[in-house]
Design a protein around this ligand. Structure first.
Ligand code: AOF
Ligand code: ZN
Length: 369
């Protein structure tokens, strides 16, 4: 059984890992705390960038830099220590070499490449225990774990709407439906994502910038415009150099007005571009988490393709009564086909409500009672 001290250390390791969200792809976020045999923290670390040291190695180095002897100590880590030599050496072996006597981890490594660390540690006589605060640690790594399971990036669809579900007024005006607190929260979502995706309609209507502001040191996400006919104007703000940008167009689009712009040509469907092909292209570029920022038609296409893993709605206490809905056609024609969600969080941001929900396993209607 893990001790209360180890649980505290795991909470700290999860918090350390969370600081690197949006910066480590295609790798996970991982945090680690090294404890002395008496339970005193000796060093801590996190994985900061793909190609950089793993969390365990950074924590061992921090302990050693502080002059601590870690022999006989415990490593508390959010992900099972890796067993492979990839861009860096195997962490299981590094822990064994350092004389660590016990390893407590939260979530097993699900990859074929890195799995097996716990067995290697156990074979070397290190006590190992998995599963401590596994749900919390998995939630902190939800994007990466989902991308490993599905072989495509994790997709979070974010929208802002009035209480009656409209994302713009009848005349098309839509600026600042939600409060400054909600808009700041969206910048956090962008900072945590590898790519931010919008459709060309939103680009025309709002000329959004899509780069992250207010998060020092955040890795800027790849800005992706789904633009079947390459309608983006050369002066659009999304084309500046604040962050990289990718324009996804149909195979036949004329992109002559976009010299020097990174363009990918994708197959078309009846409603626009093939969402699976887009996600495969992004995955190939190392993107493991996508923030889908609209508009309504594109969000409908993603939902119809079964390609939304989490929904975050910012609802402002305002009513419009007319104007476009936050979500367009998602392939739902009858109530039995409604895309059912489970609410996982409700928060108040200034005057607004933020509702987080995930699709339920089956799209059937709940039982009446
Ligand atoms: C990390 N950071 O702290 C741990 C990881 O690309 P590599 O060679 O660095 O290996 C990445 C894999 O190593 C990763 O997918 C995961 O399975 C495992 N553990 N990875 O990036 C870490 N502990
Ligand atoms: Zn490792």
């Amino acid at each position: 059984m893990a001790t209360a001290t180890e649980a505290d250390a795991m909470r700290r390791a999860i918090a350390l890992a969370a600081r690197a969200l949006g910066a480590t792809s295609p790798n996970p976020v991982v945090g680690c705390v090294i404890l002395s045999p008496e339970g005193t923290p000796l060093g801590e670390g996190r994985h900061r960038r793909a190609g950089g040291p793993h969390a365990e190695v950074e924590a061992l180095a921090a302990a050693s830099a502080a002059g601590h002897d870690v022999r006989g100590g415990t490593a508390v880590v959010t992900l099972e220590p890796c067993n492979h030599t990839g861009r860096t050496g195997p962490c299981a072996q590094a822990l064994i070499d350092a004389g660590i006597a016990r390893v407590v981890y939260a979530v097993a490594d699900p990859t074929d490449t890195a799995t097996g660390g716990a067995a290697t540690l156990a074979a070397a006589g290190v006590t190992t225990e998995g599963g401590l605060l596994a749900d919390e640690a998995a939630a902190g790594n939800a994007a990466w774990l989902t991308s490993v399971r599905l072989g495509r990036p994790f997709v979070l669809w974010k929208y802002a709407a009035t209480l009656d579900g409209r994302s713009a007024a009848a005349d098309g005006t839509s600026r600042w439906i939600t409060s400054a607190a909600s808009r700041a929260d969206v910048h956090r979502l962008r900072a945590e994502a590898d790519a931010v995706v919008v459709g060309s309609g939103t680009l025309r209507a709002d000329d959004p910038h899509l780069a992250v502001r207010g998060h020092d040191g955040a890795v800027q996400p790849l800005r992706v415009v789904v633009d079947t006919h390459a309608s983006v104007r050369p002066g659009a703000r999304v084309l500046d150099d604040a962050a990289p940008t990718l324009i996804a167009t149909g195979k036949d689009a004329d992109t002559g007005h976009l010299p020097g712009v990174d363009v990918v040509r994708l197959p078309r469907t009846r409603t626009g571009l093939d969402i699976d092909a887009l996600l495969a292209e992004l995955y190939g570029r190392g993107v493991r988490s996508v923030l889908l920022e609209g508009g309504p038609a594109l969000a409908g296409s993603f939902l119809a393709a079964g390609a939304v893993d989490r929904v975050v709605g910012y609802l402002a206490p305002a009513l419009l009564g007319a104007g476009p809905a936050a979500l367009g056609d998602a392939g739902v024609g009858t109530i039995a086909a409604a895309l059912r969600l489970e609410v996982t969080d409700v928060a108040r941001l200034g005057p607004d409500l933020r509702i987080t929900a995930v699709p339920t396993a089956s799209a059937t209607a709940p039982e009446e009672n």
